[in-house]
Design a protein around this ligand. Structure first.
Ligand code: SIN
Length: 288
């Protein structure tokens, strides 16, 4: 007989759920968490007190752990990135401060990411999420048909040779490699991908890593990509996650975008981040 309990409450109309946990994450509770991730795309778990190795062990229950490219992982915990900004860092660019899905320029981008709050500001430092299934489904039939057949190119732009201009100050609390020529390599992924578990179609482009549509120039691609970026983050498709210490967020990286709000200058923020390996995105319409 288990003492574990779980309560799941939707966070917003389009995506996101708050999950209160009591007791151990046994197999039954884990199955409910896994189902909640498919149902709500982003889950915000309360009531966990995780040591770094416990965060990695929980990550492994979702699938093999994958590591973020171009970012230094924690000493002694090679599967964890410490996402950090300290109170003395003001007016600096921070990690994740633009809409994106994680590392979409990889051949197999992560299926999910986990973020565990160690230190959070008293206010600010929220994370926003957008539902790319809802964004796709809200498009006209003609636009969906057009996008179903397109591929887009993705590259690790912030880490590559054209990366962040020297005039922009970046947070020194997270060690990111810059100017790496291999990060300029473009990878093609379908603009609309099928979710392997739910079978639903989701838009899969984002302003940090998508460079252009396959077979088109960046200039030709820009108007339609800009439309899609603005459409995807309409407030109706989003939710806002407010952090408390020991909260754990898990998002499905295949069908969401996220944005780390950088509005907490003068306060410390530290979260531990892990990722679950994903598959090569499957197109909505088989390619010839
Ligand atoms: C990220 O993009 O993974 C960072 C999210 C955050 O710091 O809120």
């Amino acid at each position: 007989m288990t003492s574990a309990r779980i309560e799941i409450r939707p966070m917003a109309g389009s995506l996101g759920a708050d999950i209160d946990l009591a007791g151990p994450v046994d197999d039954g509770i884990f199955a409910a968490i896994r189902q909640a991730l498919d149902d709500h795309l982003v889950i915000h778990l309360h009531g966990l007190d995780l040591a770094p190795e416990e965060l990695v062990a929980l990550t492994r229950r979702f699938g093999p752990v994958s590591r973020a490219p171009y970012i230094r992982h924690m000493d002694g915990h090679p599967d964890i990135v410490a996402v950090k900004k300290t109170a003395d860092e003001r007016k600096v660019s921070t990690f994740g401060n633009a809409w994106h899905s994680d590392f979409s320029f990889l051949d197999q981008p992560p299926m999910a990411s986990l973020l565990y709050a160690c230190e959070v500001p008293s206010h600010g430092g929220d994370t926003l999420f957008a539902n790319m299934v809802a964004a796709y489904e809200a498009l006209s039939e003609g636009m969906r048909r057009l996008l179903d057949g397109l591929d887009a190119m993705h590259a690790g732009k912030p880490y590559g040779t054209g990366g962040v201009p020297g005039t922009i100050a970046v947070s020194r609390s997270i060690a990111i490699e810059r100017n790496r020529p291999e990060a300029d390599r473009e990878v093609a992924h379908p603009v609309v991908r099928i979710h392997p578990d739910t079978g639903r179609k989701a838009l899969f482009v984002n302003p940090i890593y998508t460079t252009r549509f396959a077979g088109m120039t960046a200039e030709e691609s820009e108007p339609l990509l800009d439309f899609l970026y603005a459409h995807a983050v309409r407030p109706e498709f989003t939710c806002r996650l407010r952090w408390r210490v020991h909260d754990l967020a898990i998002w499905d990286n295949r069908c969401t975008l996220h944005y780390a709000v950088n509005d907490y200058d003068g306060q410390d923020r530290l979260l531990y981040r892990t990722m679950v390996q994903g598959e090569r995105p499957v197109p909505a319409v088989p390619r010839a």
